[in-house]
Design a protein around this ligand. Structure first.
Ligand SMILES: [Zn+2]
Length: 157
């Protein structure tokens, strides 16, 4: 397992950005109600890059922090993409809810837990190993890829 991928810690203003980084396959923590000291401790302890809209917090994070310029999600993603040269890795996509790892599961394992239409149209499902949420690449997946391709986005390989 390649552990050299960047890891992030998003502050409480950056929930949408955190979810997108998880889709891209980046380990990204995001907790509401985490104070500055806690988020700094987490970033240091787990070697995470701190993403924040708080200039004060960036200063405290020293070289470990990135100040996010915009409130707009697309601009935020573009900024982080450019700064760190991010690459999507679908095999590493994480749970958007809790940042857990996803495990591939067969359709018969999720029968009853997902809509019939999803079962008919998909051979592969993913279950979060932490919170149990089930994912599949339905039509929304194309919307995700479209949005990424409108940014400065590079597919892996
Ligand atoms: Zn989860």
């Amino acid at each position: 397992m390649d552990d050299s991928r960047l890891k992030f810690a998003a502050d409480e203003m950056l929930g949408s950005l955190a979810r997108w980084l998880r889709i891209l396959g980046y380990d990204t923590t995001y907790e509401k109600d985490m104070d500055d000291a806690e988020i700094l401790r987490l970033a240091n302890a787990e070697d995470r890059i701190l993403l924040t809209r708080d200039k004060d917090l960036v200063r405290k994070a020293k070289g470990r922090g990135l100040y996010i310029d915009s409130d707009d999600l697309s601009e935020q993603l573009s900024q982080v993409f450019e700064r760190f040269d991010l690459v999507m890795d679908e095999a590493r996509t994480r749970c958007t809810m809790c940042n857990g790892n996803l495990a591939v599961v067969r359709p018969d394992e999720v029968r009853g837990s997902v809509p019939e239409g999803a079962l008919e149209n998909n051979d592969e499902f993913y279950r979060c190993t932490k919170c149990g949420k089930i994912y599949w690449k339905g039509s929304h997946w194309n919307n995700i890829l479209d949005r990424l391709s409108s940014l400065d986005y590079k597919e892996k390989g």
